[in-house]
Every structure is written in C-alpha cells, then in structure tokens.
Design a protein around this ligand. Structure first.
Ligand SMILES: CNc1nc2cc(C(N)=O)ccc2[nH]1
Ligand SMILES: [Zn+2]
Length: 371
C-alpha cells in the first residue's frame, strides 16, 4: 500500500493555523516497500541508472529518499530484460531506497527520431542506433515492472504548450484511455504503487475531466503532467491554483519536471507533495551553484581568487573542504571533480530546502521567504 500518512490530528491543527495561503501545504510520509518518503520531497534525476557525477551513497547523504529513473533510456540501453536478469535497477545501481520510473512517454517525444503516435502507442526509432521500438501503456508498464521500480508512472501523452482547446481535449482523452490500459497492465504488490498523470493543458474543465477519469482507476498517487513545458511560472501557478484540489487529498500529488526553488515553494503552497527536476544536477555540471545568496555562476572570473566556500554553513564536501577559487578552476578546465562537487552541493541545497519546508509546515509557519 503506497499511502501518505499525515501528521497526527493535533499537528494537523497546527498546520491549519498557518496563514491561509499555506492551508493547502501539507507534510507527510509515503510508506513504500523500499522505505519512507518524507514529503514535500525532491527526487534527484538518475536518468541512466545513475545520478550523474554522484555515488548513490553520496546521494543518500544529501537526504534524498527517492530518485527518478528514465524508462526511455533504460529500455534502449542496457534493456529492461537485462536489468531484470541482473536483479533489477535497485541492485544494478546499488540504490536500496524508493525508485520512481517515468513512463517514457515524455522522453520518447523529445528524444527519439521518426515517432508515430497511434491509439496503440508510440512507434519510434532509437536516437542511439535508429532501431525500431514501440512504447505503449502495456509495454511501458511491463518495462517498469522489469526495472523493479517502487513507483510506476502510467503511460500518458504530455500535451504540448501551447495547444488549442480541441488539441488539448483529444490529447487528454488519449491519456485517459492509456491510463486505463496502464492500470490494467499494472501488477500491484504491497508497498509498490502506480501513479496516474492528469493532462488537460491550461483548460480547467479538461483538467477536471482528466482527474475524474483517473480517480476512477484508483491509482496510489497522481501526477500533474503537461506543465513546465514552456508555459511559464505564472500560467503554471494559475493551473496549480485549482488542479491539485481535483485530486484525492489523501494520496500523493507529484508535479513532473519542477523545478527551481521558487517554483517548488509556490507548488507546495498549492498542495503538491513530490517534485523531480534536472536543474540541480545539470546546472551544477554547467557551473551554476544554488546558494542562499542566489545562483553563483562559478565560471565567472570574479571567483578565480575567491578563497571562501560557496556557503560557509553548508555541510557538503564542496563547502567543507574547498573554495570557490578551486571550484572555478575545476569547472573551467572541465575536471570531473568540478562536476562532482557542484552537483553534490546543489543536491544538498535542494534537500535542505525541502527539509526546511517540511519543518515550517509541521510548525504551521509561513515559508514564503525560503528560496
Ligand atoms: C521539465 N518539464 C517537464 N514537464 C513534464 C511533463 C511530463 C508529463 N508526462 O506530462 C513529464 C515530464 C515532464 N518534465
Ligand atoms: Zn555546499
């Protein structure tokens, strides 16, 4: 049973005391076969069975309870059947905590070549060697089973932005039909779960219809898809002002692909529990460090003789043992250690942000200023 257990009633009263802008924010625990997930939670992205430039034990020290794996990449290489034969993704990558795998739908549309969307599923050629594959609700669900993921995502179509009402309507209806087939193909086991993904773009009646269709399938959790696809923060928040409320209050709500600290804070205030984003890892490798002083572009020449840490009170190895001058140098000369240290710091920063948000919610305190 993947369930979200709320704080005891009396603590919930504290949350109720928080300023009404925060009354939708909630902190809880998702119980799974591979351990607990403290929410609101940030999931580092481990696309090809690794959080890039990090050892799994290092990811664990940052405080992450769960990481994300990408079905599209893993099905192409090394292949789901091979990972299954080798004991599953947990064993393969030496990560024993919860794993969420996406359905592959989003990435097949953004990465593969020559794709054809049919009622059956998506036929595409691998971006690696051009070989032909099909992703469908059934094959995506089976692949995620073979990977051994703790939380399986339903196979959906991420409606592009902008879309007309008609385009969004037919895309959402396809996602609903695919959700039904994904749910039927899911092999449910104690402590494992499958999340449905609602679509409907920026149209509230379509979002409502999508939610109703998926609630009927009684998923263990629900994701809000079709956002962070170029609509901008204002429009995303406009959808989030109502969409989370369409979903069951006692089940996890996951906002896919989000986001920067300010996006996460705004989404938590609107009732979101789970996040995934490549920003801390990808931008870290690219020389951007998130700090309480704002984003530091470490490649900037002003750091070349800066003998101070990124953040004096951060406990990550980059801040404890090194200076901005050294990080500046490593990133400039493209040393692998530069990617490692910048990634480690950013993941620590994002997990600290989530920890502070969880604490503020539990104490019924406003948490607007954190970023
Ligand atoms: C980075 N933005 C983003 N939006 C997403 C939407 C989906 C979706 N399935 O609608 C999946 C991954 C996503 N990543
Ligand atoms: Zn640090």
């Amino acid at each position: 049973e993947v369930s979200i257990t709320k704080f005891p009633a009396d603590e919930r009263k504290i949350i109720a005391k928080a300023h009404d802008k925060y009354k939708k924010a909630r902190a809880g625990i998702i119980n799974t076969r591979h351990g607990q997930i403290h929410t609101p939670a940030f999931m580092p992205v481990g696309t090809k069975g690794t959080v890039k430039a990090m050892l799994p034990e290092s990811v664990q020290t940052t405080g992450a309870d769960i990481i994300l794996g990408n079905t599209y990449h893993l099905m192409l290489q090394p292949g789901a059947k091979r990972v299954f034969k080798l004991g599953g993704l947990h064993k393969f990558m030496n990560w024993s905590k919860p794993l969420l795998t996406d359905s592959g739908g989003f990435q097949v549309m953004s990465l593969s070549k020559l794709r054809k969307i049919t009622e059956e599923g998506v036929i595409f050629n691998s971006h690696i060697d051009g070989s032909k594959f099909m992703l469908s609700p059934e094959s995506s669900t089976e692949i995620q089973y073979l990977l051994g993921s703790t939380i399986t995502m339903a196979f959906d179509e991420c409606t592009p932005y902008p879309s007309t009402y008609e385009q969004a309507k037919s895309s959402m209806e396809l996602t609903s039909r695919w959700a039904k087939r994904s749910r039927k193909a899911f092999y449910s086991r104690d402590g494992y779960g499958q999340f449905g993904i609602i679509q409907g773009s920026i149209y509230n009646d379509l979002r409502l219809k999508s939610a109703l269709d998926l609630i009927e399938l009684d998923f263990e959790g629900y994701a809000i898809g079709g956002l962070a696809v170029g609509e901008g923060q204002e429009l995303m928040f406009k959808v989030l002002d109502y969409a989370p409320d369409l979903l069951p209050i006692n089940k996890p709500r996951y906002l896919m692909g989000v986001g920067k600290p300010a996006d996460i804070i705004g989404a938590v205030q609107r009732g979101i529990d789970m996040f995934d984003c490549v920003i801390p890892t990808r931008s870290g490798r690219n020389g951007q460090a998130f700090t309480k002083y704002g984003v530091v572009n470490i490649r900037n020449s002003k750091y070349k003789e800066d003998n101070t840490p990124l953040e004096e009170d951060c406990l990550c190895p980059a801040c404890k043992n090194y200076t901005k001058a050294y990080l500046h140098y490593l990133v400039k000369v493209k040393e692998i250690l530069g990617a490692m240290l910048m990634t480690w710091h950013n993941l620590m920063y994002f997990q600290k942000l989530m920890l502070r948000i969880r604490e503020y919610i539990a104490q019924g305190k406003d948490f607007d200023f954190i970023s």
